[in-house]
Design a protein around this ligand. Structure first.
Ligand SMILES: *Cc1c(COP(=O)(O)O)cnc(C)c1O
Length: 377
């Protein structure tokens, strides 16, 4: 939703060209909602969702920790005021020299999902804490993370055992249930696997202390999603079911759920046309597309709410496309998007729920279009 502050900003500043406007008040509310819904969990904001310095500074000042994926993200979090103890290097795919640099910067918490990565960490970050990521099925997620990260629970046991052998602190298990996860039972399924790893290692005398429950908390696009409180309840019940009254330290890593609904993109209609006189589907071209920041429309996975000033008028289905000369730059075609028949070239449209995964996905200058501009207010 565009907040009044965002609407006022756009009305007074009238930025030309497409831009993202993020309302920090919404980020603050989201952080508090996570704290309230999961009071026992530490919050590690997933920096990649939106690394704007104002957002990182706000969250650092509120006591958030940070999940990072590169040395650059670690430095951004530190520049925003986060001490190294509140930063994890959560990418399971790291160069050894980046691990060493992170260690030099004071980072002591690292993600792994293979023995090969454990060996790098043992060499470059001796004695550090590691947690092993287990695969999840991603079912129920609108932006699943597939098989790229994690390993099966049986292998996680081997990975953590080897970490211990190599002098690391075998600290815990992590998972990510898939982004924009709207199935509350997804955490229960993943915690079943996490518990297996805890139990197997306990039999060998290795006691794990932490479960990193990742991100996946959704933001509202066209459909309602459960509130943070509902997620907190489901997760607490799943933790109790699997760990009884011996619940380990827990971490959550919200990205989308922290910033998605805090941002709105302002865009402009560049062209409305048809491919044949008798077509009943219009093509609407905006000044932003897949390469300008809306990469998550890939496979039409994320459907953003689009607001125009003519929404009271009758609507008809449109193909929605971006302005670049790449034929892949079409956002919605398989499922056309209903837009007002009265929509006109030059009209402004607001694309809501775009605070996460937009600015960082926009290309540098494809076709000469500048990267998505962002204002944090
Ligand atoms: C991207 C990512 C997140 C954030 O995921 P959301 O679905 O945006 O909440 C959390 N943890 C890790 C390891 C990630 O890669």
């Amino acid at each position: 939703m565009a907040t009044q502050r965002i609407l006022d900003f756009l009305a007074t500043r009238r930025p030309s060209g497409p831009c993202l406007v993020v309302d920090l008040d919404v980020v603050r509310d989201n952080f508090r909602a996570f704290e309230k819904a999961m009071p026992e969990s530490k919050i590690y904001y997933a920096v990649k969702a939106n690394p704007a310095p104002e957002i990182l500074r706000l969250l650092a000042s509120m006591g958030s920790s940070f999940d990072t994926a590169s040395v650059a993200e670690i430095e951004m979090a530190m520049d925003a005021g986060a001490p190294a103890e509140r930063i994890s290097f959560g990418n399971t795919i790291k160069k050894e020299r980046d691990i060493a640099r992170a260690f030099e910067l004071g980072i002591r918490l690292f993600a792994v999902d293979s023995v090969e990565e454990v060996e790098k960490i043992a060499r470059a970050a001796p004695g550090a804490r590691v947690f092993c990521r287990v695969l999840t099925d991603g079912e129920g997620a609108e932006w699943p993370l597939s098989r790229k990260f994690g390993c099966v629970p049986a292998m996680a046991v081997d990975v953590l055992r080897q970490a211990k052998v190599l002098g690391l602190d075998a600290y815990g298990v992590s998972f990510h249930v898939g982004s924009q996860q709207v199935d509350l039972s997804a955490w229960d399924r993943a915690l079943t696997d996490a518990k297996k790893v805890f139990a197997s290692l306990a039999e060998e005398g290795i006691t794990l202390g932490m479960v990193n429950m990742g991100g996946g908390f959704p933001t509202r696009y066209l459909r309602d999603v459960p509130a943070a409180q509902a997620y907190g309840q489901a997760i607490f019940e799943a933790l109790s079911k699997h760990f009884g009254n011996n619940i380990p330290e827990t971490i959550i890593e919200p990205g989308r759920g922290m910033v998605g609904n805090a941002g709105v993109i302002k865009s402009e209609v560049v062209l409305i046309s048809k491919k044949a006189d008798n077509d009943n589907v219009r093509w609407v071209f905006l000044d932003i597309g897949k390469f300008g920041g809306l990469a998550e429309t890939m496979d039409e996975a994320i459907r953003y709410p689009i607001v125009t000033e003519r929404d009271a008028d009758e609507k008809s289905p449109c193909v929605l496309a971006g302005p670049t000369c790449d034929s892949a730059d079409v956002m919605y075609e398989k499922t056309p998007y209903p837009l007002p028949l009265s929509l006109t070239i030059g009209d402004e449209v607001l694309i809501e729920g775009t605070g996460a995964y937009t600015t960082t996905y926009s290309s540098v200058a494809f076709n000469g279009f500048e990267p998505l501009r962002s204002y944090v207010i």
